[in-house]
Ligand binder design. Structure first.
Ligand SMILES: [Zn+2]
Length: 66
């Protein structure tokens, strides 16, 4: 078979052996695939937590304007 990333020939007989990255031809291609998978399904935005210090009660003062 061929590597899903770079289409290089992959020796299936080596699958499961230590140091083998089946179905990828190399660690590099395995990481590329992993990166794609993470980027597509696991896109976790980096959220700054500065606003956690804000007191929710501050907004209640707006009710007096009604
Ligand atoms: Zn490859």
């Amino acid at each position: 078979m061929r590597c899903p990333i770079c289409k290089s020939p992959v020796d299936e007989s080596q699958a499961g052996k230590p140091g083998n990255y089946f179905p990828f031809c190399s660690e590099r291609c395995k990481l590329i695939d992993l990166g794609r998978w993470l980027g597509g399904k696991y896109q976790i935005p980096v959220v700054e937590k500065d606003e956690s210090d804000k007191v929710p009660g501050d907004d209640y003062t707006d009710d007096y304007d009604h």
